[in-house]
Design a protein around this ligand. Structure first.
Ligand code: KIV
Length: 271
């Protein structure tokens, strides 16, 4: 294993507002395992998110509903061990904060003990008291509004949110409330650029977008989407930075061919 070579400064919660003032965009990538965490630790990416999307990317489920605290904690610990130079956010999975304060604090405690520096929570309504208590307990909270995937059934599918004037007004109110409750940043997912721009301009905490246009304070992508491991997933917002699926498949195919053809291992690769 190589030792960390990075000289990049590790972000802390007080840096977030500063980055908004400086207009230096925040870059967040999801990460769930130590192999990719080790690579990301050597980059200038600001934030690693152990998203509940790990239920889909790592465990093959068709939604994030199947993620639970144990799953997120396990992935958080793996990422924390391999990326000590990164600010690490763990997702609060489906229903983990909806069973009362004590179970919510238990869940949040396990994610912090696994190595997260902050937690991300989807939606606002009904979570206000918990958010206040978590923030007052010294635990940084990242909010998440717009297309919150844990609400997929209520939304009737993975659809762009905030299209109507009423929905946009509500989203702006919720974003302002998140800031008032002490959240240090907010994710806005799949919303029209117009409302994302308005929210980012109104808040003093940074807004990190995914499918929310360019006029926000940062961007996040799911690692597997960014690297092209999900060729059938084609949302408008997604730009792939690698053809990972073909590249990796090619390597596995070549290994298979060379084993069967007697080309691997060579004499030099043998004891
Ligand atoms: O779980 C996740 O990957 C997320 C990002 C899409 C923001 O919440």
């Amino acid at each position: 294993m190589t030792s960390p070579k990075t000289n990049f400064k590790k972000l802390t919660v007080p840096d977030f507002k500063g980055r908004k003032v400086e207009r230096k965009k925040l870059v967040m990538v999801t990460c769930y395992d130590s192999s990719f965490a080790r690579v990301l630790n050597e980059t200038d990416v600001d934030i690693l998110l152990v998203g509940d999307s790990c239920a889909m990317t790592m465990h093959g489920h068709d939604s994030t509903i199947q993620a639970d605290v144990g799953m997120i904690a396990l992935h958080t610990a793996a990422v924390a061990r391999a990326a000590p130079g990164k600010f690490l956010v763990a997702d609060l999975p489906f229903l983990s904060v909806r069973k009362g304060l004590a179970p919510a604090m238990e869940a949040i405690g396990s994610l912090l003990k696994a190595g997260a520096h902050a937690v991300k929570l989807e939606g606002l309504k009904g979570n206000e008291d918990i958010i206040r208590h978590v923030v007052e307990s010294g635990i940084p909270v990242m909010g998440h509004l717009g297309l919150t995937p844990q609400f997929v059934n209520a939304f009737g599918g993975m659809k762009v949110q905030g299209k109507s004037t009423e929905a946009q007004e509500q989203m702006l109110k919720d974003a302002i409330e998140y800031e008032k409750l002490g959240a240090f940043s907010l994710v806005l997912e799949c919303v029209p650029t117009e409302i994302a721009t308005k929210i980012a301009a109104k808040l003093s905490i940074p807004v990190i977008g995914i499918g929310a246009g360019a006029e926000v304070d940062g961007q996040v992508l799911v690692l597997q989407d960014l690297l092209g491991f999900t060729p059938d997933f084609k949302p408008k917002f997604l730009r792939r930075y690698l053809n990972g699926y073909e590249l990796f498949k090619g390597a596995f195919d070549r290994f298979t061919e060379e084993v069967r053809g007697g080309e691997y291992p060579s004499k030099e690769e043998s004891y």
